[in-house]
Design a protein. Structure first.
Length: 77
């Protein structure tokens, strides 16, 4: 396993979207290479189009992971 050297997020509005669209890009790099994950969110302009990422500990059970995610969503509204 190689250490993470870069983790960045960039967001770009889609000028060609019929109502509202947003591209979100996540780039992760190690000394062995990199990967870019892209997410496209669209809406009628009244809803969020953003993507979110959560750090999950490997030792957490699936149930604990879901509970943490739900609690975080409820806290942030």
């Amino acid at each position: 396993m190689a250490p993470l050297l870069q983790a960045e997020e960039s967001v770009q509005d889609d000028p060609n979207a019929s109502e509202s669209g947003t591209w979100t890009f996540y780039k992760f790099a190690t000394r062995k290479g990199y990967v870019t994950i892209r997410w496209y969110g669209s809406s009628n302009g009244y809803y969020s189009e953003s993507a979110g990422m959560y750090k999950i500990k490997a030792e957490d059970s699936i149930k604990e992971q879901r509970t943490k995610k739900i609690n975080k969503i409820n806290k942030n509204g």
